[in-house]
Design a protein around this ligand. Structure first.
Ligand code: GDP
Ligand code: IMO
Ligand code: MG
Length: 422
């Protein structure tokens, strides 16, 4: 399989967890390189549903090495409960999970500041997951963050935490929020640190040994291209590089060691949280929600839904260097009579065939649509390209062509077996 970077090509929740689980069969190592427990990656194995937040989705397969890389922000309490949750249902998490010692730690003050800033923003809020992601990356960039290596060093941790709590309590007080108790945070974080110590290591050298051995490494992207801090719909984005470059900086594996980029996208578009979504449509949202689909895996929020936006996905191909496409949730369109695909934007008289950088302009843009006849046949039982209805194949070929990348996987359901290699 070689070294593969997998990214979300839309606004997150494209079905990366499912595709990672499928591709992990051929991989030796699976690495998360950015984001934190804002991610929610769903994997179905038979009837059993797993939702992973920090741990790579590869953990569900035996004999795979899973790595939480240096670019991730780790909430240690969340990570401990995720490990415990997996162990309780019989998933082995022992000797197969490694956490970077230079990954930054998320603290309760990050979560509280995340929530307070959202309140202050009022109607301009981002709609974050309130997991403290923005403030944690903020501390990292400001060079005042604590890393996993600090968390597992008892003496150093106590000292550094005391300073951080004191400082952040002043900020929290200014927001009118309750200050944190050093004693309480110290106790819970020290316990989590003790629990996690065996997992914490130098993941850069670990990954280089894997590269040298010729192992196949899968880099599991979180969030999606348009939530990227540089390339997304700023400020309605997350705080990390969700595009393919983030896999290099977030793991310490260099660009010339990477072999290909797989972009995961839905056959339509969804977004959770605020910010522009040019193809948003109440019609498709109502249809999908009535089917019980498109509710967030992390926060349970109803996702906003829209038609496939090829202006956006073509941009995703450009900034990620996507070679291959995995199109998911094709079955979501099974009942639609006429399917729309956005092929351009219009802002008054001005036309765009690319995504404007100014979110205010993007928010004003009206989509220009092409229409495709729906196949109106269930696809969830299809197991080969030939078994897909001809109109469905035409649709998939068209969106791949518009996205300027090669169709690689067509996914017709959440299960492993509902995966068609094209
Ligand atoms: P991720 O964050 O990209 O891993 O995606 P999420 O897990 O947040 O959301 C994707 C949702 O779509 C999950 O509920 C998956 O089980 C589901 N899913 C993935 N692929 C398919 C598919 O082809 N068809 C259907 N019906 N569901 C799918
Ligand atoms: P996965 O990996 C979808 C969104 C939030 C919000 C914005 C900023 O499951 O695809 P944050 O908490 O990161 O500061 O929130 O980003 N967001 C996601 N949307 N899928 C995700 O992850 C997301 N992670 C963050 O809803 O709009
Ligand atoms: Mg998700």
């Amino acid at each position: 399989m070689a070294n593969t970077i997998l990214v979300g090509a839309q606004w997150g929740d494209e079905g990366k967890g499912k595709i990672i689980d499928v591709l992990t069969e051929q991989a030796d190592v699976v690495v998360r390189t950015q984001g934190g427990n804002n991610a929610g990656h769903t994997v179905f194995i038979g009837q059993k549903k797993y939702v992973l937040h920090l741990i790579p989705s590869g953990i569900l397969r035996k004999k795979k090495t899973c790595v939480i890389g240096n670019g991730v922000v780790v909430d240690p309490i969340g990570l401990v409960s995720e490990i415990e949750g997996l162990r309780k249902i019989g998933v082995k998490v022992n000797g197969n999970l490694f956490v970077s010692e230079t990954a930054h730690v998320v603290f309760p003050y990050h979560r509280e500041l995340d929530a307070q800033r959202e309140v202050l923003k009022g109607k301009n809020k981002i709609g974050t997951t309130k997991r403290g992601i923005g403030p944690a990356y903020g501390d990292k960039a400001a060079r005042v963050g604590l890393r996993m290596i600090d968390l597992i060093n008892a003496e150093r941790f106590e000292q550094k935490l005391a300073t951080k709590i004191k400082e952040n309590n002043e900020v929290l007080k200014a927001f009118g929020a309750k200050p944190l108790s050093f004693k309480e945070v110290h106790k819970t974080y020290r316990e989590a640190g003790n629990y996690l110590r065996p997992f914490v290591t130098n993941t850069v050298t670990l990954l280089h040994q894997a590269v040298r051995r010729g192992d196949d490494i899968l880099f599991e992207g979180a969030q999606g291209t348009f939530l990227d801090i540089d390339h997304g719909t700023y400020p309605y984005v997350t705080s990390s590089n969700t595009t393919s470059g983030g896999a290099c900086t977030g793991s310490g594996v260099a660009p010339n060691r990477m072999d290909r980029v797989v972009g995961v996208l839905k056959a339509y578009t969804t977004r959770v949280g605020e910010g522009p979504l040019p193809t948003e449509s109440a019609e498709i949202a109502d249809m999908l929600h009535a089917m019980g689909r498109e509710f967030g895996a992390t926060t349970g929020r109803a996702r906003r839904c829209g038609w496939f936006d090829s202006v956006a996905t073509r941009h995703a191909t450009m900034v990620n260097g996507i070679d291959d496409l995995a199109v998911t949730n094709i079955d979501g369109l099974d009942t639609v009579e006429t399917i729309k695909v956005c092929i351009g934007y219009r802002d008054g008289k001005k036309k765009y065939d690319y995504m404007p950088n100014d979110v205010e302009v993007l928010a004003r843009c009206e989509p220009v649509y092409a229409e495709f006849p729906g196949w109106r046949t269930p696809t969830d039982k299809a197991r080969s390209w030939k078994q897909l209805p001809p109109k469905c194949r035409e649709y998939l070929k068209a969106i791949a062509e518009l996205t300027e990348a090669k169709l690689f996987i067509a996914s017709v359901g959440p299960g492993r077996e509902q995966t068609i290699f094209v």
